[in-house]
Design a protein around this ligand. Structure first.
Ligand code: AKG
Ligand code: FE2
Length: 277
């Protein structure tokens, strides 16, 4: 596993690093796209609809958009289905991910966060599942020094709302969170808000790297980041999974328990994560 000294330094300093072309498009990414194409085709058939799914690109853009504009719940079926594509799982557990993690977390014993892998479909102009500024740690737990692996399935253009990252913000340490309230308050991880969000973000330079299939974006579990706003006419498809460190003291103390996707209330495990009322 060859991770340049520059890349390691960036990750340490900025709390994130982009590794262009980390995965091989033809042998690793294209099979995932084809798996999605097949699921879009089968979903359309299941609902008695005919949509454009001749190619992966057509299925992921026009075909999928036609399905959700007919019935938004078909999008949820597809979202739940695609994370079970074998080619995706192969990427999640690829040896190189473990090797990269070990390089960035010296002395670590890597784990793959259960329930912490999936494929996001950020639909144009949809607010509900847009992640507000957050750290990964409260939403995933497992260990304090976990790393998010993020990789796009379609090229991300500026108007598609690339992930926004506050460079260096991991140095802030753990930021307490509270639940959104009032009209339109969202549930679960999407409704978690940072204590004093604006004040905390102010010192950091924000970047929104543009990525293409095969690229890998790595983010520290403490780096502040949010979903961009998709103002384009196509969904932003991207993969994410999380590795953590069995040997990290906080992880050991909480017995590597997970958060929302593990059905656990993070504040029961680490009350200090919750902003005092
Ligand atoms: O892709 C996005 O919009 C957000 C991604 C994110 O928060 C994550 O992968 O942890
Ligand atoms: Fe995140």
């Amino acid at each position: 596993m060859d991770l340049s000294a520059d890349a390691m330094h960036s990750f340490e300093n900025d709390g994130f690093v982009l590794l262009p072309g980390f995965y091989d498009f033809e042998s690793e990414i294209a099979p995932i796209q084809e798996g999605i194409r097949q699921i879009v085709e089968l979903s359309a058939r299941r609902h008695g609809l005919t949509v454009d799914c001749d190619t992966p690109l057509a299925a992921m853009t026009r075909g999928y958009m036609t399905l959700i504009s007919t019935d938004r719940s078909i999008g949820s079926e597809i979202y739940d289905a695609v994370k079970q594509i074998p080619a995706f799982m192969r990427l999640v557990m690829d040896r190189r991910n473990e090797a990269v993690f070990k390089k960035l977390r010296a002395g670590s014993i890597p784990g793959i966060a259960a329930g912490g892998y999936g494929i996001r479909i950020d639909n144009p102009r949809e607010h509900t599942f847009r992640a507000p500024w957050h750290q990964e740690f409260p939403a995933q737990l497992r260990s304090l020094d976990g790393i998010v692996f993020w990789s796009p399935l379609l090229a991300v253009q500026p108007e598609m709302g690339p992930v926004e990252i506050a460079g260096g913000s991991h140095k802030e340490g753990i930021v307490p969170v509270f639940n959104e309230s009032g009209d339109g308050a969202r549930q679960g991880a999407y409704g978690l808000r940072l204590d004093e969000e604006e004040r905390r973000l102010a010192p950091y330079v924000r970047c929104a790297p543009l990525t293409k299939p095969g690229d890998l974006l790595l983010m520290d579990f403490l780096t502040l980041h949010q979903s961009g706003e998709n103002l384009s006419d196509r969904p932003r498809w991207s993969m994410q999974f999380r590795y953590f460190n069995f040997a990290e003291p906080t992880g050991i103390r909480i017995a590597w328990r997970g958060s929302f996707s593990a059905g656990v209330k993070f504040s029961d495990i680490m009350p200090e994560l919750k902003k005092a009322d």
